[in-house]
Design a protein around this ligand. Sequence first.
Ligand code: Z5A
Length: 222
Amino acid sequence: MNHAGIFITLEGVEGAGKSTAVAGVAAWFSQRGFEVECSREPGGTPVAESIRQILLTPAAEALAEPAELMLMFAARAQHVAHRIKPALAAGKVLICDRFTDSSRAYQGAGRGMNRTFIETLAKSAEQGLEPNLTLLLDLPVAEGLARAAARRGLSAHDRFERESADFFERIRAEFLHLATLHPRFAVIKAAEPLAAVQAQIYTVLQARFPLIAAVPMGAQHG
Ligand code: Z5A
Protein backbone atom coordinates (compact mmCIF):
# COMPACT_ATOMS: atom_id res chain seq x y z
CA MET A 1 0.00 0.00 0.00
CA ASN A 2 1.26 3.48 0.83
CA HIS A 3 4.51 2.96 2.73
CA ALA A 4 5.29 5.51 5.43
CA GLY A 5 3.72 8.60 3.84
CA ILE A 6 0.25 9.91 3.14
CA PHE A 7 -1.16 10.24 -0.37
CA ILE A 8 -4.02 12.72 -0.88
CA THR A 9 -5.71 13.44 -4.21
CA LEU A 10 -8.08 16.22 -5.23
CA GLU A 11 -10.66 15.73 -7.96
CA GLY A 12 -13.46 17.67 -9.59
CA VAL A 13 -14.58 19.35 -12.78
CA GLU A 14 -12.71 22.27 -14.27
CA GLY A 15 -12.66 25.36 -12.03
CA ALA A 16 -13.83 23.43 -8.94
CA GLY A 17 -11.05 25.00 -6.85
CA LYS A 18 -8.64 22.06 -6.60
CA SER A 19 -5.47 24.09 -7.10
CA THR A 20 -6.68 26.58 -4.49
CA ALA A 21 -7.51 23.78 -2.04
CA VAL A 22 -4.12 22.06 -2.44
CA ALA A 23 -2.44 24.97 -0.64
CA GLY A 24 -4.79 24.67 2.35
CA VAL A 25 -4.23 20.92 2.69
CA ALA A 26 -0.47 21.43 2.43
CA ALA A 27 -0.55 24.08 5.16
CA TRP A 28 -2.60 21.81 7.49
CA PHE A 29 0.06 19.08 7.34
CA SER A 30 3.15 21.30 7.31
CA GLN A 31 1.90 23.19 10.39
CA ARG A 32 1.92 19.80 12.13
CA GLY A 33 5.53 19.12 11.20
CA PHE A 34 5.11 17.02 8.06
CA GLU A 35 7.20 17.41 4.93
CA VAL A 36 4.76 18.05 2.10
CA GLU A 37 5.05 17.81 -1.68
CA CYS A 38 2.38 19.14 -4.02
CA SER A 39 2.05 17.79 -7.53
CA ARG A 40 -0.45 17.51 -10.36
CA GLU A 41 -1.60 15.24 -13.17
CA PRO A 42 -1.01 14.95 -15.95
CA GLY A 43 2.51 16.00 -14.96
CA GLY A 44 4.70 16.04 -11.87
CA THR A 45 8.03 14.90 -13.40
CA PRO A 46 9.94 16.31 -16.39
CA VAL A 47 8.82 13.49 -18.70
CA ALA A 48 5.24 13.60 -17.42
CA GLU A 49 5.15 17.40 -17.86
CA SER A 50 6.27 16.92 -21.50
CA ILE A 51 3.39 14.49 -21.99
CA ARG A 52 1.07 17.09 -20.37
CA GLN A 53 1.99 19.55 -23.13
CA ILE A 54 0.88 17.03 -25.77
CA LEU A 55 -2.33 16.31 -23.88
CA LEU A 56 -3.44 19.89 -23.24
CA THR A 57 -2.19 21.83 -26.25
CA PRO A 58 -4.59 21.96 -29.20
CA ALA A 59 -2.81 20.79 -32.38
CA ALA A 60 -3.63 20.38 -36.05
CA GLU A 61 -3.35 16.60 -35.69
CA ALA A 62 -6.27 15.55 -33.47
CA LEU A 63 -5.34 13.22 -30.62
CA ALA A 64 -7.08 9.86 -31.05
CA GLU A 65 -9.07 8.90 -27.92
CA PRO A 66 -7.00 5.75 -27.17
CA ALA A 67 -3.85 7.85 -27.56
CA GLU A 68 -5.20 10.39 -25.06
CA LEU A 69 -6.02 7.62 -22.58
CA MET A 70 -2.66 5.88 -22.89
CA LEU A 71 -0.72 9.15 -22.67
CA MET A 72 -2.56 9.96 -19.41
CA PHE A 73 -1.41 6.62 -18.02
CA ALA A 74 2.12 6.95 -19.46
CA ALA A 75 2.45 10.25 -17.58
CA ARG A 76 0.98 8.61 -14.46
CA ALA A 77 3.38 5.67 -14.58
CA GLN A 78 6.33 8.10 -14.67
CA HIS A 79 4.83 10.19 -11.86
CA VAL A 80 4.15 7.20 -9.61
CA ALA A 81 7.59 5.65 -10.15
CA HIS A 82 9.76 8.77 -10.00
CA ARG A 83 7.91 11.16 -7.70
CA ILE A 84 4.96 9.78 -5.72
CA LYS A 85 6.42 6.48 -4.48
CA PRO A 86 9.80 7.98 -3.49
CA ALA A 87 8.05 10.80 -1.58
CA LEU A 88 5.79 8.35 0.28
CA ALA A 89 8.71 6.05 1.03
CA ALA A 90 10.44 9.05 2.63
CA GLY A 91 7.42 9.57 4.91
CA LYS A 92 6.17 12.71 3.17
CA VAL A 93 2.63 13.88 2.48
CA LEU A 94 2.11 13.92 -1.29
CA ILE A 95 -0.86 16.02 -2.40
CA CYS A 96 -1.88 15.58 -6.02
CA ASP A 97 -4.22 17.74 -8.11
CA ARG A 98 -6.00 14.91 -10.03
CA PHE A 99 -5.08 11.20 -10.27
CA THR A 100 -6.65 8.02 -11.73
CA ASP A 101 -10.23 9.03 -10.83
CA SER A 102 -9.85 11.79 -13.47
CA SER A 103 -9.14 9.11 -16.09
CA ARG A 104 -12.22 7.18 -14.95
CA ALA A 105 -14.31 10.36 -15.21
CA TYR A 106 -12.85 12.11 -18.29
CA GLN A 107 -11.76 9.19 -20.48
CA GLY A 108 -14.29 6.66 -19.08
CA ALA A 109 -17.50 8.66 -18.61
CA GLY A 110 -16.57 11.68 -20.77
CA ARG A 111 -15.10 9.93 -23.82
CA GLY A 112 -16.78 6.54 -23.33
CA MET A 113 -13.53 4.57 -23.30
CA ASN A 114 -13.62 0.92 -22.18
CA ARG A 115 -13.71 0.73 -18.36
CA THR A 116 -11.97 -2.64 -18.12
CA PHE A 117 -9.08 -1.33 -20.23
CA ILE A 118 -8.84 1.75 -17.97
CA GLU A 119 -8.60 -0.47 -14.86
CA THR A 120 -5.93 -2.61 -16.55
CA LEU A 121 -3.87 0.50 -17.30
CA ALA A 122 -4.46 1.77 -13.75
CA LYS A 123 -3.14 -1.44 -12.25
CA SER A 124 -0.02 -1.25 -14.36
CA ALA A 125 0.70 2.46 -13.72
CA GLU A 126 -0.18 2.54 -10.02
CA GLN A 127 1.74 -0.56 -8.90
CA GLY A 128 -0.53 -1.06 -5.87
CA LEU A 129 -0.68 2.60 -4.90
CA GLU A 130 -4.01 4.00 -3.68
CA PRO A 131 -4.85 7.42 -2.22
CA ASN A 132 -5.42 7.55 1.54
CA LEU A 133 -7.96 10.32 0.95
CA THR A 134 -9.62 11.76 -2.16
CA LEU A 135 -11.25 15.18 -1.78
CA LEU A 136 -13.94 15.60 -4.44
CA LEU A 137 -14.67 19.29 -4.94
CA ASP A 138 -18.18 19.17 -6.32
CA LEU A 139 -19.99 22.09 -7.88
CA PRO A 140 -22.44 22.70 -10.76
CA VAL A 141 -20.68 22.47 -14.11
CA ALA A 142 -21.82 25.95 -15.22
CA GLU A 143 -20.25 27.50 -12.14
CA GLY A 144 -16.93 25.70 -12.62
CA LEU A 145 -16.77 26.71 -16.28
CA ALA A 146 -17.60 30.33 -15.38
CA ARG A 147 -14.82 30.40 -12.77
CA ALA A 148 -12.33 28.88 -15.20
CA ALA A 149 -13.34 31.36 -17.94
CA ALA A 150 -12.96 34.32 -15.56
CA ARG A 151 -9.50 33.12 -14.55
CA ARG A 152 -8.43 32.43 -18.15
CA GLY A 153 -9.40 35.91 -19.40
CA LEU A 154 -8.37 36.28 -23.03
CA SER A 155 -5.92 33.33 -23.13
CA ALA A 156 -6.72 30.37 -25.37
CA HIS A 157 -8.76 27.29 -24.32
CA ASP A 158 -6.82 24.06 -23.79
CA ARG A 159 -8.01 20.81 -25.44
CA PHE A 160 -10.38 19.94 -22.59
CA GLU A 161 -11.79 23.42 -22.12
CA ARG A 162 -13.20 23.16 -25.67
CA GLU A 163 -15.58 20.35 -24.66
CA SER A 164 -19.37 20.75 -24.27
CA ALA A 165 -21.31 21.22 -21.03
CA ASP A 166 -22.75 17.69 -21.54
CA PHE A 167 -19.23 16.24 -21.47
CA PHE A 168 -18.56 17.94 -18.13
CA GLU A 169 -21.98 16.85 -16.74
CA ARG A 170 -21.04 13.20 -17.42
CA ILE A 171 -17.75 13.78 -15.62
CA ARG A 172 -19.37 15.38 -12.58
CA ALA A 173 -21.87 12.49 -12.35
CA GLU A 174 -19.06 9.91 -12.59
CA PHE A 175 -17.05 11.57 -9.81
CA LEU A 176 -20.14 11.53 -7.56
CA HIS A 177 -20.72 7.87 -8.47
CA LEU A 178 -17.10 6.98 -7.63
CA ALA A 179 -17.54 8.75 -4.27
CA THR A 180 -20.38 6.34 -3.42
CA LEU A 181 -18.17 3.32 -4.23
CA HIS A 182 -14.94 4.17 -2.40
CA PRO A 183 -14.75 5.16 1.29
CA ARG A 184 -11.49 7.04 0.59
CA PHE A 185 -13.64 9.85 -0.96
CA ALA A 186 -14.93 12.92 0.88
CA VAL A 187 -17.28 15.20 -1.04
CA ILE A 188 -16.76 18.94 -0.52
CA LYS A 189 -19.46 21.46 -1.47
CA ALA A 190 -17.22 23.61 -3.65
CA ALA A 191 -19.84 26.17 -4.70
CA GLU A 192 -19.62 27.74 -1.23
CA PRO A 193 -17.36 30.75 -0.58
CA LEU A 194 -13.65 29.99 -0.30
CA ALA A 195 -13.52 30.22 3.53
CA ALA A 196 -16.43 27.76 3.84
CA VAL A 197 -14.75 25.35 1.41
CA GLN A 198 -11.53 25.50 3.45
CA ALA A 199 -13.50 24.88 6.66
CA GLN A 200 -15.14 21.76 5.16
CA ILE A 201 -11.71 20.46 4.10
CA TYR A 202 -10.22 21.01 7.58
CA THR A 203 -13.19 19.17 9.13
CA VAL A 204 -12.53 16.20 6.83
CA LEU A 205 -8.78 16.23 7.62
CA GLN A 206 -9.49 16.26 11.37
CA ALA A 207 -11.92 13.34 11.04
CA ARG A 208 -9.70 11.24 8.75
CA PHE A 209 -6.39 11.94 10.53
CA PRO A 210 -7.33 12.39 14.22
CA LEU A 211 -3.85 11.55 15.54
CA ILE A 212 -2.27 14.15 13.28
CA ALA A 213 -4.97 16.72 14.13
CA ALA A 214 -4.00 16.30 17.80
CA VAL A 215 -0.35 17.22 17.10
CA PRO A 216 0.34 20.75 18.42
CA MET A 217 0.83 23.31 15.62
CA GLY A 218 4.53 23.93 14.97
CA ALA A 219 5.59 20.46 16.23
CA GLN A 220 8.25 18.50 14.33
CA HIS A 221 7.10 15.20 12.79
CA GLY A 222 9.72 12.66 13.07
N1 Z5A B 1 -7.40 15.01 -17.33
C1 Z5A B 1 -7.97 13.90 -17.92
O1 Z5A B 1 -8.74 14.03 -18.87
N2 Z5A B 1 -7.65 12.66 -17.45
C2 Z5A B 1 -6.77 12.48 -16.43
O2 Z5A B 1 -6.49 11.33 -16.05
C3 Z5A B 1 -6.18 13.65 -15.83
C4 Z5A B 1 -6.53 14.89 -16.30
C5 Z5A B 1 -5.22 13.48 -14.71
C6 Z5A B 1 -5.87 19.12 -16.74
O3 Z5A B 1 -6.12 20.46 -16.83
C7 Z5A B 1 -6.88 18.48 -17.69
O4 Z5A B 1 -6.56 17.13 -17.89
C8 Z5A B 1 -8.24 18.53 -17.08
C9 Z5A B 1 -8.71 17.09 -17.01
C10 Z5A B 1 -7.73 16.35 -17.84
N3 Z5A B 1 -9.04 19.31 -17.92
N4 Z5A B 1 -10.14 19.77 -17.68
N5 Z5A B 1 -11.12 20.25 -17.67
P1 Z5A B 1 -5.64 21.55 -15.81
O5 Z5A B 1 -4.73 20.95 -14.78
O6 Z5A B 1 -5.12 22.70 -16.59
O7 Z5A B 1 -7.02 22.04 -15.26
P2 Z5A B 1 -7.97 21.51 -14.13
O8 Z5A B 1 -7.40 20.34 -13.43
O9 Z5A B 1 -9.31 21.34 -14.73
O10 Z5A B 1 -7.93 22.63 -13.07
P3 Z5A B 1 -8.35 24.14 -13.11
O11 Z5A B 1 -9.14 24.59 -14.28
O12 Z5A B 1 -7.09 24.85 -12.86
O13 Z5A B 1 -9.37 24.19 -11.93
P4 Z5A B 1 -9.17 24.02 -10.36
O14 Z5A B 1 -7.75 23.76 -10.01
O15 Z5A B 1 -10.17 23.05 -9.89
O16 Z5A B 1 -9.61 25.44 -9.82
P5 Z5A B 1 -8.73 26.66 -9.23
O17 Z5A B 1 -7.65 27.05 -10.20
O18 Z5A B 1 -8.34 26.41 -7.84
O19 Z5A B 1 -9.86 27.76 -9.21
C11 Z5A B 1 -10.42 28.27 -10.40
C12 Z5A B 1 -10.81 29.75 -10.18
O20 Z5A B 1 -11.88 29.81 -9.26
C13 Z5A B 1 -9.68 30.60 -9.59
O21 Z5A B 1 -9.75 31.88 -10.13
C14 Z5A B 1 -9.99 30.61 -8.10
O22 Z5A B 1 -9.53 31.78 -7.47
C15 Z5A B 1 -11.51 30.58 -8.12
N6 Z5A B 1 -12.07 29.90 -6.93
C16 Z5A B 1 -11.60 28.78 -6.31
N7 Z5A B 1 -12.39 28.45 -5.27
C17 Z5A B 1 -13.38 29.35 -5.25
C18 Z5A B 1 -14.54 29.55 -4.40
N8 Z5A B 1 -14.81 28.71 -3.40
N9 Z5A B 1 -15.36 30.58 -4.68
C19 Z5A B 1 -15.12 31.42 -5.71
N10 Z5A B 1 -14.04 31.32 -6.54
C20 Z5A B 1 -13.20 30.30 -6.31
